[in-house]
Write a protein that binds this ligand. Sequence first.
Ligand code: NAD
Length: 382
Amino acid sequence: MLLGILKETAPGETRVALLPESLKSLGSQGIAITVEAGAGLSAGASDAAYTEAGATVTADRASILASADVLPLVNAPDSTDQAQLKPGAVVIGFLKPLDAPQALAAAIARPVTLFSMELVPRISRAQSMDALSSMATVAGYKAVIDAAGLLPRLFPMLMTAAGTIPPARVFVIGAGVAGLQAIATARRLGAVVEAYDVRAAAGEQVRSLGAKFLDVDLGGIATEGGGGYAAELSEEALDRGRDLIARTAAHSDVIVTTAQVPGRPAPRLIRRDAVAAMRPGSVVVDLAAPAGGNCELTQPGVTQHLGGVTLLAPMNLAAAVPVHASQLYARNILNFLGLIVKKGELTVDLSDEVLAGACVAHQGSPVNPRVAKLLQPAATAS
Ligand code: NAD
């Protein structure tokens, strides 16, 4: 069995799917590993380190595509790469099967087996494979660090001979994985932190990190969808949140906003008047930018300066911390590989609920029902 590690080609991508330190357990199962030259460079892993870990390094990308039985990736391969894959191979990565299923058509037709890290069910058994949480953790941390770097103020309260500096005030919207990490990071830097989430269950976690949880009376409506995620709210319920956000924004130095509803565009929660009410020098980091953004002024991928307020809308903040983002991702990938590689042999058993949930396509047909629905001819035509 041959496992291939490619250099990621997406613009701005710095992560790599497996690091040299990940290869030991694979090599000991007799798996041959080929790495594209330069694959790990931006994540701090040299070609020599992969060679020392027992891999073969080659500049011949086409040969890896054509011969690898398993290809762990960060991002989906483009259609040119897909057309070169070995039929029957297994490709694993952030494949965006719900956002852009048609972009996987060439690989499905090849046919190869596609597993999407976004679709790994969030059940206890699969926690060690939860790459979404890994990347959200990195992004939540980095959002606060970037905001602190841009803010023309200090984060901690300082009592000096020259007087007292009050602590920065940070407002976190959406207290899921990224939001909780943003709260913890801001608290560690000494900020006073407030947070809002529609899920009441988030309140306890927010308070346990030393932040204040802001409650909104949404009239007792259901705010939780399935699997611990938020439900999509009515405009009326969203408006109550928007009002609270506008009031809180006026006294916040930094907003880190992370609110998302799976499979839907991100809710627009921060109105332009809320941004306008912030003090000059304030910073907003919209981590929901890849899903359209939580602020109505957000332009995904663009940093804007709006009346003295800096609005960041990063599309791939985890890639700004490539070493640890790759390290966490590689561990998630290794744990996932443990489900499909037994004693060095590839065995795809789709009766396993983790594999069935994560499987986009197998033997030429879509497997995940949500992906299958999106790939139906009628859905394609619309
Ligand atoms: P996410 O990225 O989908 O959303 C981020 C946050 O935004 C969520 O907390 C959500 O409630 C909130 N949100 C959505 N709409 C909102 C609105 N209109 N106003 C305010 N906030 C809004 O979520 P996530 O970070 O991936 O995780 C969500 C939940 O899943 C959490 O309860 C988390 O603990 C749970 N989780 C479980 C597992 C597991 O069991 N393996 C793993 C990861 C996360």
